[in-house]
Design a protein around this ligand. Sequence first.
Ligand code: NAD
Ligand code: TYD
Length: 360
Amino acid sequence: MRTYLVTGGAGFIGSNYIHYMFRKYGDAIRIINVDALTYAGNLENLKDIEERDNYTFVKADIRDREAIEKIFAENDIDRVVHFAAESHVDRSIVNPEIFVETNVLGTLVMLNAAKKAWELPDGTFKADKKFLHVSTDEVYGSLEEGDTYFYETTPIDPHSPYSASKASSDMLVKAYWDTYRFPMNITNCSNNYGPFQFPEKLIPLIINNALQGKKLPVYGDGKNVRDWLYVDDHAKAIDMVQENGRLGERYNIGGHNEKQNIEIINIILETLQEMLPDEDPRKKLVSKDLITYVTDRKGHDRRYAIAPDKIKEEIGWYPETMFKDGIRLTIQWFFEHEDWMKNVTSGDYQKYYEEMYKNK
Ligand code: NAD
Ligand code: TYD
């Protein structure tokens, strides 16, 4: 049975990926999820699978070399899927250090532990071992309206401490291929949305605030463009790259779905109005009057847009979920998980896992 080591599996994309993998492979794989449970890690995201015999959670920090090496020593890991990171640009502007520590040094620890476990005495690697580093399109910097797209050949030109730290980790992973032929892939994906996304990011923040009649903060002129991808499509792409991608290669993943932030906000407000029944008191709260233009983010990248041509041509992946469908699925999920949102915004979920681990 193939064993996956997933880092950051208690976060937004990692937890969606774990759900996707169990839906796809069932009992045919084993997943070990290693997560430090920072503010962004939430074991509630994995509640429905935590009892599976082929799933194990390990609370550990990817910067902790001993803890990570122990996982490799005790398990025959076949696949690493490395999500764990500090992921929010606004936080990186206020506190860059932790971004370098987790995203750069943490990735180095993961690379070294995998290399140590997988390398043979002659410097080659055991057969069928693979490391996939999950990265972002933000490493390519910023485009202007009317410019072309980000391709795998676009020069790396990050602007925020977040994207600089991700770019640095990408380069380390690439260096391990160039130097050791370490069996790796890098994926650079555009903005994701979907269930379990922490409400500091644009889409869940707008849904959550609108339902409570709170202001909807729009940075700058609201015309910055992001290319939005439904998270399940990302999970599928990661699996396809890991299984069918050429080792040593980078693949861009994107939704072919560029939208200005203000368009996103308007779509969310309209969809909420359509989906809320007339008798729901929240329907009266949801209004365009909540839109509030605020001071722009420092160094705010204008436009991200991915050309996912290589992954389509080589691997056959393409984005399947139309934005109008994905946003309805996302809003429906938030309707059905009001407690999840209350817990993460009140900090109760931190208590949830502290309690849970006390009892284990
Ligand atoms: P997230 O912030 O929701 O989750 C990050 C997870 O990593 C959390 O569970 C957190 O507890 C864990 N973590 C953080 N520091 C850790 C450490 N030192 N040791 C162990 N675990 C740690 O992030 P996300 O949005 O799910 O993003 C996952 C990955 O995908 C990141 O590498 C990010 O750069 C990348 N990515 C995100 C997007 C997006 O739109 N969210 C797009 C492209 C790429
Ligand atoms: P975000 O979800 O933080 O993702 P990223 O910065 O990684 O692309 O932000 C998406 C876009 O929305 C970005 O242009 C910043 C903008 N934004 C707002 O206008 N208001 C907000 O409250 C947030 C969180 C983001």
